[in-house]
Design a protein around this ligand. Structure first.
Ligand code: MRU
Length: 362
């Protein structure tokens, strides 16, 4: 394994020439650190679909970069023809995964950029799209750093936390969301112990979070998902902290399957349950968790992947939802780049993130 420098490392980014999307292939971790350089729209769609790039903020940055690259190659005589082709590429990328709102949010930002520049030459429109994709990437780094700043004081008196899936640097561009306060705690000399759920069926916790935190020198203990109740019951965990794929206007949170069970456990064992996410994950147009589309994935992920031989009978029914919804009432606080939002969420989320007269531009 290759040691990484947390401050120099961008999980997903356009190259300096704006001709390729450079990203870590997360399917190869922890055994190999492989960088992909993609330029074809289909390859970028595939990278999102297969979780080579994953995690809500990273998906947004990848989609923005992918659409900007596709736009560069559009041949058109005028803006209407360009825009029609651009919208086709946008819809295609949006179809890769349904739950993380960052994907659609980033694509909408590029659409707005195209429309704002429609009076200019197509060369200028294309350059503006590359610039916007880079801006989304840079803002993500800043947002995650601020999430770390806002979240770290909440953990200052704690010895240990539990996290689920991967909401770290790999899931964003730098720092991550739920793991950003942990990185800052470490920078400030606090030695937090981090329990990491392995996160069945795709093992984002075992493969990615455990690796990422170990690389950064944190004290990591990996557990199977069904061991969380035991470590909480033993009093080993002071708080649970996770990321989010979409936060509805009422504070319901869609995140990796298994998150809502942890929230129920945290409530039972009287431990705070924090969600950390940038404003780009907050969907004020989505009233509550019932309106969030939950991705369902292939049965093979449950029955075959990671095993040397199939571990379930052929022909068995399999239910494989990739996410679940944690009800707002189980969430102690939502840590964002603008501050920590506390209940009542409907009022407080909208007060912090609503922009009068238009959708939020963060
Ligand atoms: O299916 P994944 O691996 O993309 O799911 C990712 C998660 O659920 C993360 O917790 C979420 O995207 C937040 S990442 C900062």
């Amino acid at each position: 394994m290759v040691r990484i420098d947390n401050n120099q490392w961008r999980t997903v980014s356009l190259n300096a020439e704006g001709t390729k999307l450079r990203l870590i292939d997360q399917t190869r971790l922890p055994n190999e650190l492989v960088w992909l350089e993609l330029s074809e729209l289909e390859d970028i769609w595939q990278a999102i679909k297969t979780l080579a790039v994953r995690g809500a903020p990273a998906i947004g940055v990848a989609a923005a970069g992918g659409l900007a690259l596709a736009a560069r190659r559009i041949l058109a005589l005028d803006f209407p023809e360009f825009y029609q082709k651009f919208c086709r590429c946008k819809a295609y990328l949006a179809s890769a995964r349904p739950t993380a709102v960052n994907l659609g949010w980033a694509l909408e930002r590029l659409k707005r950029t195209a429309l704002e520049n429609k009076e200019r030459s197509l060369t200028e429109v294309k350059a503006a799209l590359i610039a916007e994709a880079n801006a989304i990437r840079d803002e993500d780094i800043e947002c995650c750093r601020s999430i770390g700043e806002n979240g770290q004081p909440l953990l200052a008196d704690f010895q240990a936390v539990l996290t689920h899936c991967n909401a770290g640097q790999l899931a964003a561009v730098q720092y991550g969301t739920a793991l950003a306060p942990l990185y800052l705690a470490r920078e400030r000399g606090q030695n937090l112990r981090v329990f990491v759920d392995e996160t069945r069926p795709l093992l984002q916790g075992a493969r990615l979070t455990a690796w990422e935190l170990q690389q950064a020198g944190l004290d990591v203990t990996l557990i199977c998902d069904n061991m969380a109740a035991t470590v909480l019951a033993r009093g080993w965990v002071d708080a649970v902290i996770v990321g989010a794929d979409r936060i509805a206007a009422n504070g319901d949170v869609a995140n990796k399957i298994g998150t809502s069970g942890l929230a129920i456990l945290a409530r039972h064992f009287k431990r705070p349950f924090y969600v950390a996410a940038p404003g780009s994950t907050i969907d004020l147009d989505c009233r509550n968790g019932k309106n969030i589309v939950i991705e369902e994935r292939e049965p093979e992920e449950v029955c075959e992947l990671w095993y040397s031989q199939r571990m379930a009978p052929e022909g068995i029914n399999v239910f494989n939802p990739a996410f679940d919804v944690t009800p707002a009432e189980l969430i102690s606080g939502i840590i964002t780049e603008r501050g920590v939002v506390y209940p009542p969420y409907p009022e407080n989320l909208s007060a912090m993130f609503k922009v009068i007269g238009g959708s939020k531009k963060l």
